[in-house]
Design a protein. Sequence first.
Length: 317
Amino acid sequence: MKIVNQYNHNEERIDLENNLKNITSNKELLNRICSIRCMSFNIRVDTIADIANPWKNRKDIVAKMIRFHRADIVGLQEALVNQLRDLSKSLSEYGWIGAGRDDGAEKGEFNPIFYLKDRFELIRYGTFWLSQNSNMPGTKGWDAMYRRIVTWGGFKDILTGKEFLFFNTHFDNFGRMAKLQSAYLLLGKIMDIAHDKPVIVTGDFNCTRDSETYKVLTGKIQSRQNLEPLRDTLYESEKGHYGPNITFHDYKAIYFYKIINRLKSIGKPLSKVELDLGIDFIFVKNTVKVVNHGILSDTCNGKYPSDHMPVFADLIL
């Protein structure tokens, strides 16, 4: 009986080895297994001003959207502490890190990072302010209208053993100088914190791809401080782009699409409307490869989960 069992175990081991060889020799399959699905999602702050689209009607859609699209790690923007509690309850398989921008604790909007607890090990984390006093909680920088922060985490991918840094931010919507200086500060902080490790950056940058801020972030404008630029996952994607080009739509996406399609019909391949409404990005740095990139225009019974569409990218460290 023992001999039979030993024989069966050997057969199982050989089958497993053959399966592993098949997986490792199949680039497409290996990419699916080892890639990290990353999402950047401005979920729209919970405010009484949203009479037609209150958070109580959107919270389940947001949670289900994250789970349905199998996001491994997500950078959220505009999340208040009550919204985080709602999402944590619905998405129990995720852990999260973050701090309120007003006091470094629970006051004000968070830029939290949600991550699958069985996929990633959190190694270290922190938050800094986009201001001249970046380590002082609650500070507001330059000509910004609001306090702005970056939350970051160092993670280990349990599946591959690789470590990486994840940064999530929300630039100011008003101050030109604040956005520009925030770009310089972010690039410098990434160099100080991440060094040569793989880097993922998500956020609502409140700027377009033809803006000065975006050009600083991506190295199209030479940095006076010799800062290392980021790479836009849209242009790095091996399989191109899926979905619309806009991210911000203010719950009026159908109206915007009509304008865009009208402009295209008269011979404009990429309208100014699209450029002005694409303000959410996923960037990478160092050894990160980009397999897929998309913007998700999902609705539920005709309702959008937010006034922004989430951006996603499949990445390999």
